[in-house]
Design a protein around this ligand. Structure first.
Ligand SMILES: Cc1cc2nc3c(=O)[nH]c(=O)nc-3n(C[C@H](O)[C@H](O)[C@H](O)COP(=O)(O)OP(=O)(O)OC[C@H]3O[C@@H](n4cnc5c(N)ncnc54)[C@H](O)[C@@H]3O)c2cc1C
Length: 520
């Protein structure tokens, strides 16, 4: 499930041994992977570099990175990236040497990039091209996974809905969820419209455990123009020297962190939120990214995609202050897996942004997620092969869904907009018990309304997405309520300190909304 970096990397591994069906909601090019700009972090300079990448990853995760997962990421990363280059991915280079940039909380310049600021598109292009020529890989594009079929505690099949609302049930020896993140749960997000958390919601519905759902990373610098999507302004801009300035023109990061603009993302995002607050509730002040002082880099050449998008709105990096604000960007939590992508359900595996191995802890180090997709996509595929489950035929009848009426579809959109606004207001960068409880009340109303609509007709992609977003929001809110401390991306106004005595652990969200804390 999913044709981003994790799903495609797994498919290539699996196809050496059997038939693979890659199901994706839209075209193969529509994924978070495709929109990744800044690059892929990888330590290709030997053991010292690998050890430093491990330390940076652990430090960014604020105390709860699973060390074994991070070790796998940084030590297998160079092999996976070298393999990707062999398969046709072209990263930017000069005189035969790969170019590297630096991003927030990295101690070295180790981020490879492609076509300046279009790294994800190049990774996606090269993996799709490599997978497409493989006879044993089939693609089902514009097809949505709407259900996981469980028999005797094992996942044995998936239910699909094509773009004409035709249902289908496919038996599978094993199912990999590589369906990405859930940024669409929030009104302000850098994620494309496919990122509605479907995989996480389906896994939870089937009984799989989720972990670390309270940790949503808010990217500090999305473009802030009225009526314009929250286009990402990559951390690489700050890596190349961009400053942040408040509405008085002051560089303010020195008041928040010694690493200034390259401090961990959560620190920068909260600093921007605070600087952007007006004197009265609801009033906001502009915060800007400033590259006007940079003379030694051709910004158009280095950031062609960003420059082109800004030009459409009359802005230029070398001339203008660029208005920015944080936006939901990356889910550190997800379906709980072991280091081989196994979930708590037999036959169900997860990798990439939909999964939680604990590799990012409470905060992901910039550019570690494309690498995560490669490393853990390959690992999950290897576990699927090792477990070698037999094919089982699903005998439960497939229900043919009725489409929703036009009015029903409109109601779904209203529920989605309300949920997104409420999650931004109540479970965004700054949280507290009272607002999280308000958020939970609104989410439960939304879930009830969607359930009523589902009684009338289920053959609606947007209804399935709305239910997925609502389930993911439910898990975020419960997990955020349970973690009564501030750590990494999760900040509680009512518990502003980190509390290692009670919470140096991962949260696990399971049946009946229980949240337990576990050491991994
Ligand atoms: C704007 C932006 C910039 C980023 N920049 C960087 C960066 O520079 N470096 C970095 O490391 N990371 C970056 N990230 C994060 C990174 O891109 C993602 O975390 C990573 O690509 C996720 O890969 P994935 O394979 O897990 O999921 P995705 O790439 O999101 O793929 C998910 C797939 O699942 C499919 N899908 C979802 N639901 C269903 C369903 N119900 N049925 C069928 N298919 C479904 C989708 O269509 C898609 O094909 C960025 C993210 C964004 C949004």
């Amino acid at each position: 499930m999913g044709a981003g970096v994790a799903g495609l990397r797994a498919a290539v591994e699996l196809a050496r041994h059997g038939d693979v069906l890659v199901v994706t909601k839209e075209s193969v090019a529509e994924s978070n992977t495709h929109y990744a700009q800044g690059g892929i972090a990888v330590a290709m300079e030997g053991q010292v570099d690998v050890a430093l990448h491990l330390e940076d990853t652990i430090n960014a995760g604020d105390g709860i990175v699973c060390r074994a997962a991070a070790q796998a990421l940084v030590s297998e990363g160079p092999i996976r990236v070298a393999e990707l280059i062999e398969w046709g991915a072209a990263f930017d280079s000069e005189g035969g040497e790969l170019l590297r940039t630096r991003e927030g909380a990295h101690s070295l310049a180790r981020i490879l990039h492609a076509n300046g600021d279009a790294t994800g598109a190049e990774i996606s292009r090269s993996l799709v091209a490599f997978a497409r020529v493989h006879k044993r890989i089939q693609f089902a594009e514009w097809t949505m996974v709407t259900g996981l079929v469980v028999a005797d505690g094992r996942i044995i099949a998936v239910d699909l809905l094509d773009s004409d609302n035709n249902p289908n049930r496919i038996s599978a020896r094993s199912v990999l969820i590589a369906a990405g993140g859930a940024g669409q749960v929030y009104s302000d997000t850098t994620n494309p419209s496919v990122a509605t958390g479907d995989g996480i919601a389906l896994a939870a519905q089937a009984g799989a455990e989720l972990a670390d759902m309270e940790f949503y990373q808010f990217h500090p610098t999305a473009l802030s123009l009225p009526g314009v999507p929250r286009f990402l302004l990559s951390e690489a801009l700050r890596g190349e020297g961009a400053y942040l300035r408040n509405d008085r023109g002051e560089r303010f990061m020195e008041r928040y962190h010694p690493m200034l603009e390259l401090a961990p993302r959560d620190v920068v995002a909260r600093a921007i939120t605070r600087e952007g607050m007006g004197a009265t509730p609801g009033e906001s002040r502009l915060v800007h990214l400033d590259m006007r002082h940079i003379r030694n880099i051709d910004l158009h050449h280095r950031f062609p995609g960003i420059s082109a998008f800004l030009a459409q709105h009359g802005l230029e990096l070398s001339r203008d202050l660029i208005p920015v604000r944080p936006a939901a960007h990356y889910l550190m939590g997800g379906i709980k897996t072991d280091l081989a992508g196994r979930t708590s359900l037999v036959g169900l595996y997860a990798a990439g942004e939909a999964a939680c191995t604990g590799v990012h802890g409470a905060n992901r180090l910039a550019s570690n997620s494309l690498l995560e997709g490669l490393v853990f996509g390959a690992r999950a595929a290897q576990a699927m092969l090792t477990d070698n489950l037999p094919l089982a035929v699903a005998d439960a009848p497939l229900q043919v869904p009725r489409p929703l009426t036009e009015h029903g579809e409109q109601r779904v959109e209203e529920y989605i907009a309300d949920l997104q606004a409420s999650m931004w207001a109540y479970a965004g960068l700054l949280r507290q018990e009272s607002t999280l409880r308000d958020g939970l009340r609104e989410q439960e109303d939304c879930a009830a309304g969607l359930a009523r609509l589902a009684e009338r007709g289920r053959g609606s992609r947007r209804l399935a997405e709305a239910q997925a977003m609502s389930r993911v929001a439910h898990a975020i809110l419960h997990s955020a309520l349970a973690r009564q401390e501030s750590r990494g991306a999760h900040f509680r106004n009512d518990f502003p300190q980190r509390d290692d005595e009670r919470f140096l652990n991962h949260s696990v969200f399971g049946r009946e909304d229980h949240v337990l804390f576990e050491k991994w």
